[in-house]
Unconditional design. Sequence first.
Length: 306
Amino acid sequence: MRLGKTNGDLSASMPQALQELLEPARQLAKDDSVWRGHCFVWKKPGSWVPQLTAWLSPRLRAGGLEKLKPRQFRDLCWDDSDWSRVLDKCVTADVEYHTSKLAEAIEPATIRAYHGCRTDDAGIYQREGLRTHDRAEMIARLQAVVDARPELKYFKDRLPDAIAAIENTLDIGALYVVADDQSLIKHAAHYLIYGSEWISAVLGHSYRHVLKTTGVPTLLEIDLPLRMGSLATRKELATKMLREWARLACNRPDWSAPIDFTFTLRTNVPSDWLVGHSHPGELVDPLEHYSTYRTPKPECAHCRAS
Ligand SMILES: [Zn+2]
């Protein structure tokens, strides 16, 4: 059975598991055009799984879906690479080939991405966009923090040495956004609790607590065109999409895989890509032995004004 021929004619005799998998994709294009202008959210599989089912359907070998056995539980962890092996039995050519093709096909699509920061007013980002790491600007911001805080009086003289001691130059000109906020909040909430990782590193364990006294932990939501990611990044994402597609089809979990997936951008994010923000009320602080951080007042100036 080649699904390219059968998708428009779902037979009543087709097992229900196959029908449930195919039905949401029935009206969708079965080629690369299904991704053109499509906007999806990783943690909402309903926003991309039907498109991937449609895109995959002409790539399945005869009897491929029967081999996949939708709904048949496999004892594999969500991040087990063997999900690729499960899919490999169902497709023509091999998964590696289709992964490369999917990486090309999703280039005109848009994914909801997230950026963690600490700010008084998230509206600034929605008005001005997000900028890449400019070291001179960060030094000026750090200097302003040090100048404003009496408890940093004695640190002031040591500031040039403290800056020189942090050798990280990788962040310069870069901006990081992630495809899954679940992972960011669970494993890297220090971006929200302290803001800039570099400023936090310069202040160090003794002084970084001052960063918690202004602003509020903020999760910015960005609709990121996938053309902003490199082909290699899109290939990594395509790998995760195909594995998750197989897992969702077989195990039918009611949760999405909590992927740790970062896009490293080298250009600013314009304001019209910013589509919203939130202020998580409770976070786990990886810099303080994974203790719980509770946001005193989870709102910013933009929230209060609207
Ligand atoms: Zn707000």
